[in-house]
Design a protein around this ligand. Structure first.
Ligand code: 9WN
Length: 452
């Protein structure tokens, strides 16, 4: 006979997925933060930590708060949040580029790099205020007792200020990325044209540690790496000063995440008794600017704007000047925004299910790049494979706009494939076969989030 106070039965598959995901996060926890992967990425990464905190809040709100606090403690005085915070106990040759490449405390001196920790000098997408808000909501009592929001708010505000002022390289109100690693989708075909103008660093001037752990055909090419190294070294040699960037791109996902985080910051301000209305209004204005600068009607999605590209010969009117004609999942991420005009929402939903991404038809998770694009490759990193963070963002977007059935199907697919791939870094968009590394933190974290 059943005992009345037994908890309702949880389907075993769901329960075990929860346990396995929590185990991945536990195994990757280093005491103050979580590594994306023990072998491939043995330090703290910026946007990974934000996604990780969003999942970790369901297991340990304290660890989730700590994750974000550790990252923000490495913030530079100019407001930038570095894309990597290095763990001093990890050998230098475990990851490239290592701290001796970035030399943050000396080369970043003028920009205000911290002296006690070593970091990179570039940034990653600003998912942090959104994460902080969600982490707070998971346990408001603990958050209040620890003064969590009050401590992170000024840092998050300075971070957004940096992006909206120092990084408004196009002068139109959006933030630019100055390196493909900043946008987070390292070898996306969107960067092929802007990167082609960069002279690669000589192949023998650096050693790729990623190839010790990942299959070469799943990773960016040596030529890509040569250009990544050149761009980062030039930025470092200019003291990490913004303005003279050889590579400057306005990216839809990066800016949409900034806007979503600005909405979250408004809620945090409200919670702290400082009305968030001005921030909310700014988020709405930024949404309009995003549409104005990056929406491309003909493609039915947002595109990247290459600020250093040829803006004269487009044949599509001035508003299309500088837009990169490649369809990346990045251009679908703005679906996350609540204030998006209805016709744009409808067009994005059509595009997600249409031939270029085929969600719900030929793919179960959203591919990172156009299935029909010339550069499509189902295994090579951000040139086709499906990633779990972008599917999570799309799931949130579909649900925000009342697309319940599509959101439910995507949620099921994330949970199913996270489990069957062993929490893979990414997957073949057609077969669901695991690619990259396994035991990947944000895959586990975002699966956990969707279980709740
Ligand atoms: C460079 C950590 C990071 C992710 C990025 C992903 C990959 C790094 C690399 O790993 O980039 O930052 O060495 O390839 O592209 O999105 O944050 O998981």
């Amino acid at each position: 006979r059943e005992i009345a106070y037994d908890p309702p039965a949880t389907p075993t598959a769901t329960a075990s997925l929860h346990v396995r995901a929590a185990e991945v996060l536990e195994a990757n926890w280093t005491g103050g933060s979580t590594v994306p992967s023990r072998n491939l990425y043995p330090h703290q990464w910026s946007w990974d930590s934000a996604f990780i905190a969003i999942g970790l809040r369901h297991v340990s709100p304290l660890r989730a708060q700590t994750e974000l606090e550790t990252l923000l403690a490495a913030q530079w005085a100019d407001g930038r949040v570095p894309h990597i915070v290095f763990n001093p106990s990890v050998p230098l040759d475990a990851y490239f580029p290592s701290p001796d490449f970035w030399r943050s405390s000396t080369a970043g001196h003028t920009a205000g790099a911290p002296r006690t920790v070593q970091t990179s000098g570039i940034v990653q997408p600003p998912v942090h205020a959104l994460a902080a808000w969600l982490v707070h909501r998971a346990d408001p009592g603990l958050s209040l007792a620890r003064g969590f929001l009050a401590r992170v708010y000024p840092r998050l505000a300075a971070w957004h200020r940096y992006l909206l002022h120092r990084r408004d390289l196009g002068g139109g109100g959006l933030a630019s990325v100055v390196h493909p690693w900043e946008q987070g989708m390292d070898n996306s075909p969107c960067w092929d044209a802007p990167l082609a103008r960069i002279t690669p660093a000589p192949p023998r001037s650096f050693r790729r540690a990623d190839l010790d752990h990942g299959a070469a055909e799943d990773r960016p090419t040596d030529l890509d790496y040569g250009r990544y190294v050149r761009l980062a070294a030039d930025y470092r040699d200019a003291g990490y000063a913004d303005g003279a960037a050889e590579f400057a791109v306005e990216d839809p996902a990066f800016n949409a995440l900034l806007i979503a985080s600005e909405h979250a910051l408004a809620r945090i301000a409200d919670e702290l008794g400082a009305p968030g209305s001005a921030r909310r209004a700014r988020a709405e204005r930024l949404t309009a600017t995003l549409v104005e600068r990056l929406w491309h009607e003909e493609s039915g999605m947002f595109l990247c704007r290459d600020l250093r590209g040829d803006t004269s010969a487009t044949g599509h009117g001035t508003s299309a000047a500088g837009l990169v004609r490649e369809r990346s999942v990045s251009g679908l991420v703005p679906l996350l925004l609540p204030g998006l005009p209805g016709d744009i929402v409808a067009a994005l939903v059509r595009t997600v299910g249409g031939p270029h991404f085929s969600l719900g038809d030929r793919t179960r998770l959203v591919p990172s790049y156009d299935l029909l694009g010339e550069a499509f490759d189902p295994h090579r990193y951000w040139r086709g494979p499906a990633w779990f963070n972008t599917s999570w963002l799309l799931e949130r977007g579909l649900r925000t706009h009342g697309e319940r059935e599509r959101a439910d199907a995507l949620r099921e697919a994330v949970l199913d494939l996270a489990g069957t791939t062993g929490f893979a870094e990414y997957a073949d968009p057609y077969t669901g076969e695991a690619c990259g590394t396994t035991g990947f933190s944000w895959t586990a974290a975002l699966a956990l989030d969707l279980l709740h």
